[in-house]
Write a protein that binds this ligand. Sequence first.
Ligand code: KG4
Ligand code: ZN
Length: 336
Amino acid sequence: MRELYLGIETSCDDTSCALYSPGRGVVVHRTAAQLDHRIYGGVVPEIASRSHMKTLLPLYETVMKEGGIDLDGLAGIGVTHGPGLTGSLLVGLSFAKALSYGNSIPLVGVHHLEGHILANALEGDFETPALVLVVSGGHTQLILTEEIGCYRFMGGTRDDAAGEAFDKIGKLLGLPFPGGPAVEREAKGGDPHAFDFPMGLRHSGMCDFSFSGLKTAVRLEVESLGKLTPQLVRDVAASSQEAIVQILVEKSELAAQGTKARRFYLAGGVAANGRLRDCMKERLEPRGLDVSWPAVEYCTDNAAMIACAASHQIQAGRRGGLALNTFSRGELASWR
Ligand code: KG4
Ligand code: ZN
């Protein structure tokens, strides 16, 4: 009985392959991060595509070898087909199509956000209905998951993603890329109330976010401060992290009102932030919501979450084929 699903994720700057079993969980997971982008302070799309081309085949071979199976043992293949960088997505999708077509293995395209949501199903029970905050370098969205395959958009960012705001603030403070972990590190020694940074759309009554005003406010503050002492860097980091965390928490509280959700899941790279995790627990658990998040390796982009999403789709009878295409933008649609 075939029970292993192969996942392939190449939507941005991480090349990832994984094998997932609905009964056993993640069997093998390998992600190769691309470090060449660091000197540019952000992801360079052409470098990303070329790097996926070099890395994907050997990574796939390693994963299949470590999983101890060949293509005959696969129950299906899932590949991220959007949203993301077109060139990067095409490397993964073309590879997945060739494997599927050449060996008659079921194939499905997975929306990157469905992957992030189901990262929470990799190591434990995924209980629905659940409210999920997907918060990464490319996304900030609140999604009500009625059941796996049935998603309702509750709100999202109108401009930058929260992770992008962390990255830009890190850059303004002269911290290494990516800014999120560096800002969190600095914030530990800083005063979160030293600066009163704006929380975009705070009183809009909607679950939407905006982080561009915060980015501008931090830039103006940094310019007016002149030379930054190490303590000022820590204070700006702590105050801007606080503004991001508090707005994420307030909008999550708002989205939870009037839903039947009893579970709240964090997903995406920013879910690694300790202050965000603590504040979510502190504020949502008294409202009757159980708060949890995936292990750090499954918060950031990874193929295990894509393989997991594929297992649900394929078991529900969904199939993609050679007509599957990539998309650079697009909401997560329900498929059930
Ligand atoms: O999910 P991810 O790996 O890639 C995207 O799909 O974007 O998320 C990367 C983002 C980056 O913006 C990074 O700065 C942010 O997640 N991030 C963090 C932390 N760790 C990663 N942001 C805040 N605190 C962290 N500890
Ligand atoms: Zn992502």
